[in-house]
Design a protein around this ligand. Structure first.
Ligand SMILES: [Zn+2]
Length: 358
């Protein structure tokens, strides 16, 4: 088995990691983070489960990372994403696992955000010899496919020079953040067409590495069950068309499963057989963090309203110290991620070379 240095992986090593996932029938959770608490919790959870992991940030998450007080929203989205990446570059190797660094959805109006991160990433690459991010998502799935692919190709050319990848999306993942409500869904759009995937491969593969978020009925967020049917066989059909057309080995696409929160376990397992190496998880880990903090606050309510407990007369500093209650959020998030590593079968499969102290 190929082993990698612990820390942020990119370029050839990223491809090695993806191949290990696909060969081993497992996937990595891609967890959205919004600050050091969630970022560190993801690395701690990965280390605890001896799994590699993907840390990703949305444009809104990046803005929050930089601080809501910064006036220029665009600058904050860029600065926050750089700041998060530097945080992970600094710490990941100390957790003894491999981390993929990724930015989440960027639709047409957010392409300038990706372009600026690529430009800033170029400075970082010249300084350190490493890209700032392993990959950026370019999500033009709401645009006509020709525009989606030509823009993706343009950005991939830039990214590939810095040993970076991109993730694209074909078909629309349903859910609140996409303006696709779970009640009235245009079903065709929720299922990616194998011919569209093939067109993407033929244009992008000669330029550089891309991963593909294909829609198979997946939805962002957690809704009442029954509205949308997950059909992982859609992924299988896309893989088989490409295998046949280009005489390639099994599962040539590197597939991404968006909207992993709340999905049926059997459908997750089936998706792993069809070349899914990355499953996005955000809603469930957000809830876990909030739930962990919420339970603690409820149990220690006096400490959140009084510096001296009115019932006992004792100082409450030990309860309201942010290191105590934020830690409860981290711990609950880690517990939810234990489940994700198990569902995705990545626990115990880190490629990272063990550190001497292990
Ligand atoms: Zn998504």
């Amino acid at each position: 088995m190929t082993q990698l240095e612990p820390g942020v992986v990119y370029g050839e090593n990223y491809l090695t990691l993806i191949q290990a996932c696909k060969d081993g029938g497992y996937a990595l959770p891609a967890v959205n983070v919004t600050g050091t608490n969630s970022a560190n919790a993801v690395m701690e959870a990965a280390a605890k489960n001896k799994s590699d992991v993907i840390i990703q940030v949305s444009n809104g998450g990046a803005q929050f990372y930089a601080g809501k007080g910064l006036k220029d929203g665009f600058d904050a989205k860029v600065l926050g994403a750089i700041s998060l990446a530097q945080h992970i570059h600094m710490l990941a190797e100390h957790y003894g696992i491999c981390v993929v660094l990724h930015t989440d959805h960027a639709d047409k109006k957010l392409i300038p955000w990706v372009e600026e991160l690529l430009a800033q990433g170029q400075n970082f690459y010249e300084m350190t010899g490493k890209p700032l991010y392993t990959s950026h998502m370019v999500d033009l799935s709401a645009e006509p496919i020709d525009f989606n692919l030509s823009e993706s190709a343009r950005l991939l050319e830039f990214a590939a020079e810095m040993e970076m990848s991109i993730e694209i999306e074909l078909g629309v993942t349903g859910g609140e953040e996409d303006g696709v409500g779970s009640d009235e869904i245009d079903n065709d759009k929720l299922y990616t067409q194998p011919e569209d995937c093939l067109q993407a491969f033929e244009l992008l593969a000669p330029i550089g590495h891309f991963s593909l978020a294909a829609s198979f009925g997946n939805v962002h967020g957690v809704y009442k069950p029954g509205n949308v049917k997950l059909r992982p066989e859609i992924l299988k059909n896309s893989q088989e068309l490409l295998e046949k057309k280009h005489g390639l080995d099994k599962n040539p696409y590197d597939l991404v499963f968006h909207g992993g929160s709340g999905s049926e376990k059997s459908k997750i397992e089936e998706a792993l057989e069809y070349g899914v190496f990355k499953m996005n998880i955000d809603t469930d880990t957000q809830f876990a963090f909030a739930n962990g903090v919420g339970e603690y606050v409820e149990a220690n309510i006096n400490a959140f309203q009084h510096q001296i407990d009115p019932d006992t007369g004792a100082p409450t500093k030990k309860q309201y110290d942010p290191r105590v209650w934020l830690r409860k959020g981290e711990e609950a998030m880690i517990e939810r991620l234990d489940e994700a590593f198990k569902d995705l079968k990545s626990a115990g499969k880190t490629l990272a070379i063990p550190r001497e102290s292990d």
